[in-house]
Design a protein around this ligand. Structure first.
Ligand code: CU
Length: 428
């Protein structure tokens, strides 16, 4: 079955996301369970929530409380993680560090305030290569108290699925995938929340990459727009909408005006594939005003650095020997170490030097915080919760660790995470 897997790269039309659940002021229920997904003209056993594939978008407003009862209808345990949200540590949804898996037939209540507006998402953080690959994720949208003036607020999730030769979900998780770029699908199955746009409309597009391992290099056609946020965090200076790279876990928000059919195109060195197409239906008088920045984030700026640490990514195919027992390692350790990489009092600014000493890219994700990417001379640039490092690349990040607890720091290529690339920070 391993032969010629790449030989049938299929494309499919984007599916509609399930209708959103409005969670402001009310408790919602998510029931993870088996669902039947329609992929490439076949019904395929996948996983989802409340009978839909993937999970429904959860929408609420900044400073609302999110209350979610998770009723586990799977045959295995599960845990949900709220990616990018500054939340109490006990709500972060990480096995061993913050909670035990929710057993089949049991429930768990998540309950926390969402202090930041932006584009976030939720996903399984237990048996995550399998559970996320099968569809256990959904958008988590926190609206600004004073939202920007747009005609449509559209969510896009880019995703891929690995099918076997019979067109069913590939159930083998092979060592060669774990040791290389991960479990890359052979069919694209993107999701979008709307079926049409009008010429002249102003759109907000929230693009999320929930794929287990695939990095999407995309271009947006048919919109004259600007990047207004990365990983949910507003940019103070809007950025031109050039080619966009989204590592697993990353998000980008764009606001712009419709000039034609809207399409998201994945471009590689050799191919262009249209992932999403939203056709024109109707017209409106275009807006006069320019796109303005979103309301500023309230996250603290970095202070004086009180602690520095290196995080060296090691292993994988073609990698050097390292001290860890798994395929991948951080600092010669595979899997969660007994001691945290960093242990500091609340409020400290920590500089981490991320060193990719492997032959593959890695997207490093910190829980419970955003951090600042920096320029080569150490100046903070963008607030992110996931940063992508190319093979051989080194980047320093500045973390203002103001959220107490034990926070996972891991590669968001889930095949790499499960095979060793995870550590943690402790904030007292
Ligand atoms: Cu990785």
């Amino acid at each position: 079955m391993a032969m010629n897997r790449r030989s049938f790269l299929l494309t499919s039309v984007a599916s509609m996301l399930p209708l959103p659940l409005h969670a402001g002021g009310t408790r919602i229920t998510l029931r993870p369970g088996q669902v039947s997904a329609h992929i490439n003209q076949q019904s395929i056993d996948m996983l989802g929530f409340n009978g839909s594939w993937p999970g429904p978008e959860i929408r609420l407003r900044q400073n609302d409380r999110l209350r979610v009862r998770v009723v586990n209808e799977l045959e295995n345990g599960t845990i949900l993680h709220w990616h990018g949200i500054r939340l109490p540590n006990a709500m972060d949804g990480v096995n061993v560090l913050t909670q035990d898996a929710i057993p089949p037939g049991r429930s768990f209540d998540y309950d926390f305030k969402v202090p930041d507006a932006g584009t976030f998402w939720y996903h399984s953080h237990y048996m995550s290569v399998e559970q996320v690959s099968r569809g256990m994720f959904g958008p988590l949208i926190v609206e600004e108290i004073d939202p920007p003036d747009v005609d449509q607020d559209i969510t896009v999730m880019l995703f891929d699925v690995l099918l076997d030769a019979d067109g069913q979900f590939e159930t083998e998780f092979e060592p060669e995938q774990f040791a290389t770029a991960g479990r890359i699908g052979n069919i694209m199955t993107p999701f979008v929340s709307t079926g049409k746009v009008r010429l002249g409309e102003r759109l907000r597009l929230r693009v999320i990459n929930p794929a287990p391992d695939r990095i999407f290099n995309i271009r947006l056609d048919g919109v004259n727009g600007k990047i207004v946020a990365l990983d949910g965090m507003p940019l103070t200076q809007l950025q031109p909408m050039e080619n966009l790279t989204l590592a697993p876990g990353q998000r980008v928000d764009i606001i712009g005006d419709v000039l034609g059919n809207v399409s998201i195109i994945e471009s590689t060195d050799t191919d262009e594939t249209e992932l999403v197409r939203i056709p024109i239906d109707g017209e409106r008088k275009p807006r006069e005003g320019e796109v303005l920045p979103l309301p500023k984030s309230s996250l603290p700026r970095p202070g004086l650095v009180t602690y520095e640490a290196d995080l060296e990514m090691q292993g994988g195919a073609g990698g050097m020997a390292h001290g860890g027992f798994g395929t991948w390692a951080f600092n010669d350790t595979s899997g969660l170490p007994d001691k945290p990489l960093v242990s500091v009092p609340r409020g400290d600014t920590v500089r981490l030097r991320l060193i990719n000493n492997t032959a593959f890219p890695h997207g490093i994700h910190l829980h419970g915080h955003h951090f600042w990417e920096t320029t080569t001379d150490g100046k903070p640039t963008y607030l992110r919760d996931t940063t992508l490092l190319a093979a051989g690349e080194t980047r320093e990040i500045l973390c203002v660790l103001d959220n107490p607890g034990s926070w996972l720091l891991h590669c968001h290529m889930l095949s790499h995470q499960v095979d060793g690339m995870a550590t943690w920070l402790y904030v007292s």
